[in-house]
Write a protein that binds this ligand. Structure first.
Ligand code: MG
Length: 305
């Protein structure tokens, strides 16, 4: 199903980032909660998680929607490392896993000093190979998106894993529920969402920005942008440093100063995440509650690969 894209424009520069007359295409539907889109340029497909249904789905122009992996250990966010391997957050396995070239799935990290992780939510790999991820409790709160269990850590940390030394360190310990995570194109700034707000509580619903110091230390914490309506479950950055984030009513585009430039409205209750793909990385794939959408934009995704 294809509909003309609907935008809300707040700043003129937004018009240079989107395409007049672009269409919002609903590529696939039937999910219960769609999250974690990840693009495979060499195969021309996108995968994403349907968390409550414990599966990873795949969409390509030729085949449409097919099942990529089921059961999936309730994966949530995905990314790829510099060796092009799929790196995934698993609620069920309470771990970061990696899919090897032969298809086997191995544990990258599943504990901090002997205590199990909560339920890793979103992940990014830096150019030096370190793996940065958020660890809120959404996957252990109930059996809907994982296996209900107590938190062994008792806190919701943001972690940095260094494969070379097999070492896991806490980079932020003052989040309510850390969630989406992405670097600026030069990797000097790290953006992390806090999605503590729920239908039962007020809590934060913003993205924070940090300067990335030496040895992976995060410095100069500041609130980058409040997200309203909804929350920044996941986001990506374009080559100019603009942040394309999920929100309650669609995709919000923020410039590097945190100014809301405009919105791409999506006709579903909530948008969970997005990623750039397509041959030129100018296709924005959007996971929104039950469906996967795409829209051509005039910006290019910054992530590698
Ligand atoms: Mg998330």
């Amino acid at each position: 199903m294809t509909t003309p894209a609907r935008y809300e424009v707040f700043e003129r520069e937004f018009r240079r980032l989107v395409k007049r007359g672009a269409e919002l295409r609903k590529l696939a539907t039937g999910c219960e909660w769609a999250e974690g889109p990840c693009w495979f340029a060499e195969h021309g497909y996108v995968i994403w998680s349907d968390i409550p249904n414990n599966r990873i789905l795949k969409w390509s122009p030729g085949e449409g929607m097919t099942v990529f992996r089921q059961p999936s250990n309730y994966t949530n966010g995905h990314t790829r490392d510099r060796q092009h391997r799929l790196v995934s957050c698993e609620h069920g396995g309470r771990r970061i896993s990696r899919t090897e070239p032969d298809g086997s799935v191995v544990t990258v990290v599943d504990n901090y000093r002997g205590k199990r992780l909560n339920s890793p939510n979103d992940v990014v790999v830096k150019s030096d190979g370190t793996i940065w991820f958020t660890d809120p409790p959404y996957g252990i709160l109930s059996n809907r998106e994982g296996h209900q269990a107590d938190s062994e850590l008792g806190r919701n940390y943001v972690f940095r894993f260094e494969p070379a030394h097999n070492s896991l360190s806490i980079v932020a310990d003052d989040f309510d529920k850390p969630n989406g995570i992405a670097f600026s194109p030069d990797e000097k700034v790290l953006y992390i969402a806090d999605t503590g707000m729920s239908h039962r509580s007020d809590g934060p619903h913003h993205i924070r920005a940090f300067d990335v110091g030496t040895a992976g230390k995060l410095e100069h914490s500041r609130v980058f942008a409040e997200i309203d309506p909804g929350m920044a479950d996941g986001f990506r950055v374009d080559t100019a440093g603009n942040v394309w984030t999920s929100a309650g009513d669609g995709i919000h585009v923020l410039n590097p100063s945190g100014t809301l430039l405009g919105k791409i409205l999506v006709p579903e209750r909530a948008v969970a995440n997005c990623t750039f793909g397509g041959q030129e990385r100018t296709t924005l794939f959007i996971t929104a509650t039950t469906s996967l959408y795409s829209i051509e934009v005039a910006a290019r995704g910054a992530q590698t690969p």
